[in-house]
Design a protein around this ligand. Structure first.
Ligand code: NAD
Length: 484
């Protein structure tokens, strides 16, 4: 069985002190690798290494252009090693081998381009005097991520933290504990100095030891809303900077004027991607009552067309969900839909012949109402809920009837009208006649979906702190002449 050290400190891999964890393949239930987990002492070592690297100035004082070069080299190495990263990801979470990894290098390059637009230093002059205002790196960042999109989840913390000159300790989730070590090797091979990026693999206890560590100045978290609330409670009294990318229950509104041929492919494609385990998944589909039957029939047909099975097989279009616990949670929510009176149009159980592995049939419910659990709770599985409406005001009210506010979509033949409706949905992002927003647009939630933004130039905001220095008029003149 393959063994992966779960700790990476000062540019060196080593075994964690909390013992070994067996990693299970969700498609076969077989254990295929072991990883050593980090305990509190490992977390202390990793944070110390990151703090010393920060204080030494080895990265913080490296000019931005050189930091960008290292990160561009990281993007190249991610592309070169994509087959191995994708293999580790597929074995750990069951996502089809061909899905998703294509976004990792573009995400990294987007950050390299966007950081050019950050204002790091500026002279400000007003009637009371002159000042130099500066944005400086914060120090040690704790990056805590979930399992659902390995590699990309990790990069969304690592890359903006590093481009801003911070150091970081990353903690991946136990369900996907292998890609973090592969990324650390890439970062070292790309020329990142030792101690600047460190890794501790472990579960919630390791995560809590990290976020509570007094030398951690900023927490960049992606995960469930419940964990986000717990981390906020730990971080609050220490006044740590906090960025939380949390859960979602996003809605796609379909207007009365659409052609079904235009809307069904994006609804199906995004709704079932990654077996529904995507935070921004458009899992509520809000449709005009008169179109409900036609839309449900088309979605159900699409659900039945999916090929479930070995995620390494190119013919497979949907893998299992990540774990037995996740499978049981999703099946429980499907059962609640049945009991609360939703009409099951496709799926609803474990696919015949795939009793081994944590597979679930792609499932479509019709006649869903907002009081049902399947309309309110984040399922994080391949389940679409279709909710009918009579007026567009009602459609917007349904979309907004959620504790979450992450993402949304509106489909209409009139894109301007769709945009107006999209603006009335209380979420961080929404798509017109599509399902996602580009990488250069800030991404993040409102309400129970979190605080702060990733992606785009705004994705750096939380990794920098403003500092102001009063200047003499002559010094302000000099600095302005130098272009500030
Ligand atoms: P989770 O909250 O259970 O775990 C996320 C991470 O937090 C894991 O690494 C876990 O070990 C760690 N953790 C757990 N308790 C902790 C604690 N007390 N202190 C510190 N760390 C702790 O989430 P999950 O089940 O792994 O992931 C699924 C969730 O992630 C879903 O709710 C999904 O919507 C959300 N998610 C959100 C986004 C986004 O951008 N908004 C993206 C992907 C996933």
């Amino acid at each position: 069985m393959e063994h992966v050290p779960g700790v990476y400190i000062d540019g060196q891999a080593r075994d964690g002190l909390a013992g070994e964890f067996q990693v299970q393949n969700p498609a076969t239930e077989e254990y295929f690798a072991t990883v050593s987990l980090a305990n509190g002492a490992d977390v202390d070592d990793a944070v110390r290494s990151a703090r010393l690297a920060h204080e030494s100035g080895v990265w913080r004082d490296t000019p931005l252009a050189e930091r960008q070069q290292v990160v561009l080299r990281i993007a190249e190495l991610i592309e070169e090693r994509a087959p191995e990263l994708a293999r580790l990801r597929t074995l750990s979470i069951g996502a089809p081998y061909s899905e998703h990894l294509s976004m990792s290098a573009p995400l990294t390059r987007m950050y390299v381009e966007s950081v050019e637009k950050v204002v790091f230093e500026q002279v400000r002059r007003d009637s009371l005097g002159d000042a130099l205002v500066m944005r400086k790196p914060i120090g040690v960042v704790a990056g805590v991520v979930p399992w659902n999109v390995p590699v990309r989840n990790e990069l969304k913390k690592l890359i903006p933290a590093l481009l801003c000159g911070n150091t970081i300790v990353l903690k991946p989730a136990l369900e996907s504990p292998l890609t973090g070590a592969a990324l650390m090797r890439i970062f070292t091979d790309a020329g990142l100095p030792p101690g600047v990026a460190n890794l501790v693999v472990g579960g919630p206890e390791t995560g809590e030891a990290l976020v509570a560590h007094p030398d951690v100045r900023k927490i960049a978290f992606t995960g469930s809303t419940a964990t986000g609330a717990r981390i906020a409670a730990v971080a609050g009294p220490q006044f740590k900077r906090l960025q939380l990318e949390l859960g979602g229950k996003s809605a796609a509104i379909v207007c009365d004027d659409v052609d079904l041929a235009d809307v069904i492919p994006p609804l199906l494609g995004f709704g079932f991607a990654n077996s529904g385990q995507i935070c921004a998944s458009l899992s509520r589909i809000v449709v005009p009552r008169r179109l409900q039957d036609a839309i449900v029939e088309a979605l159900a047909e699409g659900a039945r067309r999916h090929v479930l099975g070995d995620p390494m097989d190119p013919a497979t279009t949907m893998g299992p969900v990540v774990s037995e616990r996740q499978r049981d949670k999703v099946l429980g929510l499907i059962e609640s839909g049945r009991q609360q009176g939703a009409r099951l149009a496709a799926g609803g159980g474990v696919p015949a012949g795939l009793e081994r592995g944590w597979f679930i049939e792609p499932t479509v419910f019709a006649d869903v109402t907002s009081d049902m659990r399947i309309a309110q709770e984040e399922i994080f599985g391949p389940v679409l809920s279709v909710l009918p409406y009579d007026t567009e005001d009602e459609a917007v009210a349904i979309a907004n009837n959620s504790e979450y506010g992450l993402h949304g979509a509106v489909h209409s033949k009139d894109p301007e009208h769709a945009l107006e409706l999209a603006k009335r949905i209380d979420t961080g992002t929404a798509a017109v006649n599509s399902f996602d927003v580009p990488l250069s647009a800030p991404f993040g939630g409102v309400k129970g979906s979190g605080v702060g933004r990733e992606n785009g130039v705004e994705g750096f905001d939380h990794y920098l702190e403003w500092h102001s220095y009063k200047l003499t008029p002559a010094l302000a003149d000099t600095l302005q002449q130098r272009g500030l």
